[in-house]
Design a protein around this ligand. Structure first.
Ligand code: HEC
Ligand code: HEC
Length: 174
C-alpha cells in the first residue's frame, strides 16, 4: 500500500517537473512583457518615460481614474522627494489650512481620520497618510504595454474631480 503511494507521488512529481520544463515550448524570453530571459537581465532596457515638468499651479488636474481613486499628481514632484519624517513638502501646500490660499486641492477628511481607532485626527494628518507617494503617483507618457478597456462609472459629475470617501465608507456595512 505504502509502496503504491510512493510510486504515485513520484509519478506526479515527475509529471509536474516535465510540465514546468516544457512551458508549452516557449522560452522565458517569449512569455514576459519585457521580452528578456529570466536568467540573464543584460538585455533588459527600461522604457523611455517622461514625467511632466509643469510646476504646481501650472498643471491641470486629471479626471479621477474611478470613483474615490487616489488622484494622480499632475505637477512635477522632482524636487520634493524623498518625503521624510521631518520634511514633507506636499503638506506645505495640501494641508487643509493652507491649500485654498495656494490653489491646491485640500487633503480630504479621510486623511484626517484614524480608521484603526475610529476617530478624527483633528487638524493633523493621520500617520497612515503621511507618505503621499505610497498612494499618489505622477503620470508618465509611457505607452501602455497591455490594452485596457476599463471605463469608470461615476454616481455624479462632482465625483470625477473630487472624492467623498469618508461619507460613503460605511455604505453596505452593517
Ligand atoms: C507649491 C505647492 C504644492 C506642493 C509643494 C505640492 N502640490 Fe500638489 N498640487 C498643487 C496645486 C496648485 C495643484 C492643482 C494643480 C495645479 O494647479 O498645478 C496640485 C495638485 C495635486 C494633486 C491632484 C489633486 C486633484 O484634485 O486632482 C495631487 C494628488 C497632488 N497635488 C499631490 C501632491 C504631492 C503628493 C505632493 C508632494 C510630493 C505635492 N502635491 C506637492 C500644489 C502643490
Ligand atoms: C494610503 C493611501 C494614501 C495616502 C498615503 C495619501 N492619500 Fe491622498 N487619497 C487617497 C485616496 C484613496 C483618495 C481618494 C478617496 C479619499 O478621499 O480618501 C485620496 C484623495 C486625495 C486628494 C483629493 C481630495 C479631494 O477632495 O478630492 C488629495 C489632494 C490628496 N489625496 C493628497 C494627498 C497628499 C498630499 C498626501 C500626503 C500628505 C496623501 N494624499 C496621502 C489615498 C492616499
Amino acid at each position: 500500500m505504502m509502496k503504491k503511494k510512493i510510486i504515485l507521488l513520484s509519478a506526479t512529481a515527475t509529471l509536474f517537473l516535465v510540465a514546468c520544463g516544457v512551458n508549452n515550448g516557449l522560452s522565458s524570453e517569449q512569455i514576459g512583457l519585457r521580452k528578456a530571459s529570466l536568467e540573464n537581465e543584460n538585455k533588459v532596457s527600461l522604457v523611455e518615460a517622461n514625467y511632466t515638468n509643469l510646476q504646481p499651479g501650472e498643471s491641470t488636474r486629471f479626471e479621477r481614474s474611478y470613483e474615490n481613486a487616489p488622484p494622480l499628481i499632475p505637477h512635477s514632484i522632482a524636487d520634493m522627494l524623498p518625503i521624510t519624517k521631518d520634511n514633507n513638502t506636499c503638506l506645505s501646500c495640501h494641508d487643509k489650512s493652507i491649500a485654498k490660499d495656494v490653489g491646491a486641492t485640500p487633503l480630504p477628511a479621510s486623511h484626517y481620520y484614524d480608521f484603526r481607532r475610529n476617530k478624527s485626527t483633528k487638524d493633523s494628518i493621520s500617520d497612515a497618510r503621511f507618505n503621499c507617494t505610497q498612494c499618489h503617483v505622477p503620470q508618465s507618457d509611457a505607452k501602455p504595454l497591455v490594452g485596457n478597456s476599463f471605463k469608470p462609472e461615476f454616481q455624479n459629475e462632482q465625483l470625477k474631480k473630487h472624492s467623498n470617501l469618508i461619507d460613503v465608507i460605511n455604505v453596505g456595512v452593517k
